[in-house]
Design a protein around this ligand. Structure first.
Ligand SMILES: [Zn+2]
Ligand SMILES: [Zn+2]
Length: 209
């Protein structure tokens, strides 16, 4: 399995490319910006993107989605709860003082329990609302097991809940009930900043004491 992470856009969103060598299929998680660099990585590994997955619809995670979809033909996937936020992309761009990126159609809405498959890899979808109504976390089981936590859980912090649709009670419940259910060794790749593990967060995250 290939997993490359690049920091994209002015808010340094972690964009992950996860590829299956045997089939040449890949997914891209949170292509917020810098789509040329995403395409470079896909090309370098000879990968074709099958899904573009948004952990949630904040502009720093979805700003490059339309461009990447146009370039690759991959299907755009998100939780329906964040569709209003995605449709507000121009408003979000205004808040940040950047040009509004194009919006594309969402090809597939997913919810807790759904599985996305490419090559021999299967990714389990978990709905972890609180940072936004449709925030997702993604679990990749097996040998290369890991969790993508979007802006729900960060290393020693959690996502903000003061933006549209946010809820402090909900984010804590999502983390406690869904993410902390994983074993301590589980690696976690957040939407911003450094990777961590469930055990590190259980012990050190000041919001989870
Ligand atoms: Zn966010
Ligand atoms: Zn973010």
């Amino acid at each position: 399995m290939i997993h490359e992470i690049i920091s994209v856009g002015i808010l340094d969103c972690n964009c992950s490319i996860v590829g299956d060598e045997a089939s040449g299929e890949a997914i891209v998680i949170d292509p917020g910006d810098d789509i040329e660099r995403v395409q470079e990585i896909l090309a370098r590994h000879n990968l074709k993107a099958k899904y573009i997955i948004a952990t949630h619809a904040h502009i720093d995670h979805v700003g490059g989605m339309a461009k990447l979809k146009q370039a690759t033909g991959a299907a755009v996937v998100m939780h329906e709860g964040d569709l209003p936020l995605y449709q507000m992309l121009a408003v979000q761009a205004e808040w940040l003082g950047v040009d509004a990126p194009p919006v594309t159609a969402v090809d597939r809405f997913v919810r807790s329990g759904d599985t996305l498959r490419w090559g021999s890899i299967a990714l389990e979808v978990m709905h972890t609302p609180g940072h936004s109504p449709g925030s997702l976390s993604l679990h990749l089981p097996g040998d290369g097991r890991r969790v993508f936590s979007g802006d729900t859980l960060f290393r020693e912090s959690i996502g903000r809940t003061d933006l549209w649709g946010g809820s402090y009670g909900q984010i804590l419940r999502s983390i406690r009930e869904t993410l902390l259910a994983f074993p301590d060794e589980m690696p976690v790749f957040p939407g911003h900043g450094l990777a961590t593990t469930i055990g590190h967060e259980r012990e050190r995250n000041p919001f989870l004491r």
